[in-house]
Design a protein around this ligand. Structure first.
Ligand code: 2DE
Ligand code: MG
Ligand code: MG
Ligand code: MG
Ligand code: MG
Length: 297
């Protein structure tokens, strides 16, 4: 496990895990079984951030564990629906809900997870904070809707991409830190810094996810490589390569004109992104955002 060398986090994550496992109980046994399998492959990054952020406060508070579990289950709900939208066959190295049971059942599974997340968050957080989270969820959906309707649109700017990933990914990381900080009684300034860390880390995380979608090892990512290009999701490495290499932009525009990209064309596009420095330049953007995430005392 990712946290094996951090016994203190590991021990606290075990409490979160117990809550997650209980929350996945369902009258439908096939549902329960699938959700346990999906759950078992996660890194638990967001709940670990909740716990780490809570370490900055003085108060011990059992609600931290419910909030951490709620955020992780919320994340799982978005993944199940995301795989429907992205038409993805694998997740965490295993078949997705949509692949195994079809889109209809996968929608129910995501919905079920959402109900469990709402319960845990409403048990652990006051109304004004729940309202902020609800607003964040609205933003996640809006970013996804906007991304869906601009598939294969090569005119997307880097700025639009950055705003989109801020909504679809960073928001949940920001909450995972912010709620831990709040529940442990951190003062305002510390809470703000931790939210800022989560937000900028989330930006770097999504950019790295987008790199891995192009050049990652499927055995490690557990997700289908090249799927973003197949689905017409235009991410930062491609945006940079299109801008740097006008001849390549012409080629991609020809390939994507019919909104269909063959496996061979996916391979060609990935190669050209690499040759044009799209991956290297994205790594520089990732570093920039990781620097921004640093804590200022
Ligand atoms: C990750 O993008 C983005 C996740 C947000 C998905 C949210 C949806 C709305 P990726 P990967 C679909 C659902 C909202 C609910 C249930 C409240 O790059 O690479 O597609 O892991 O992620 O597939
Ligand atoms: Mg996806
Ligand atoms: Mg997606
Ligand atoms: Mg991705
Ligand atoms: Mg085509």
């Amino acid at each position: 496990m990712l946290w094996d060398n951090y016994p203190e986090i590991k021990q606290k994550l075990a409490k979160v895990e117990e809550i997650i496992q209980k929350s996945l109980r369902c009258r439908s046994k096939p549902f329960e079984e699938f959700l346990h399998t999906l759950s078992s492959g996660g890194k638990r990054l967001r709940p670990a951030f909740t716990i780490l952020a809570a370490g900055f406060g003085k108060q011990e508070n059992e609600k931290i564990y419910d909030a951490a579990a709620g955020i992780e289950i919320l994340h799982m709900a978005t993944l199940v629906h995301d795989d429907v939208i992205d038409d993805a066959d694998t997740r965490r190295g295993k078949a997705t809900a949509n692949k195994l049971y079809g889109d209809k059942i996968a929608v129910y599974m995501g919905d079920f997870l959402l109900t469990r997340a709402v319960l845990l968050l409403s048990k652990s957080l006051p109304e004004d904070r729940l309202e902020k989270i609800a607003g964040g969820l609205k933003s996640i959906c809006e970013a996804e809707i906007e991304q869906f309707f601009s598939r294969f649109d090569l005119s997307i700017s880097l700025f639009t991409y950055l705003k989109r990933i801020a909504r679809k990914t960073s928001a949940l990381f920001a909450f995972s830190c912010g709620e831990g900080a709040f529940l442990s009684g951190c003062d305002e300034k510390v809470q703000k810094n931790l939210v800022k860390f989560g937000f900028y880390f989330g930006m770097a995380f999504q950019m790295y996810d987008d790199v891995l979608n192009l050049v990652g090892d499927e055995a490690k990512t557990g997700k289908p490589r090249g799927n973003d290009i197949k689905e017409g999701i235009i991410t930062i490495p491609l945006i940079i390569a299109l801008r740097k290499n006008p001849a390549f932009a012409e080629t991609v525009s020809g390939i994507m004109a019919d909104k269909k990209v063959s496996d061979a064309e996916v391979g060609l596009i990935i190669n050209e992104i690499l040759n044009s420095g799209g991956i290297d330049d994205t790594r520089a953007w990732i570093d920039r955002y990781l620097k921004k995430s640093r804590y200022d005392a």
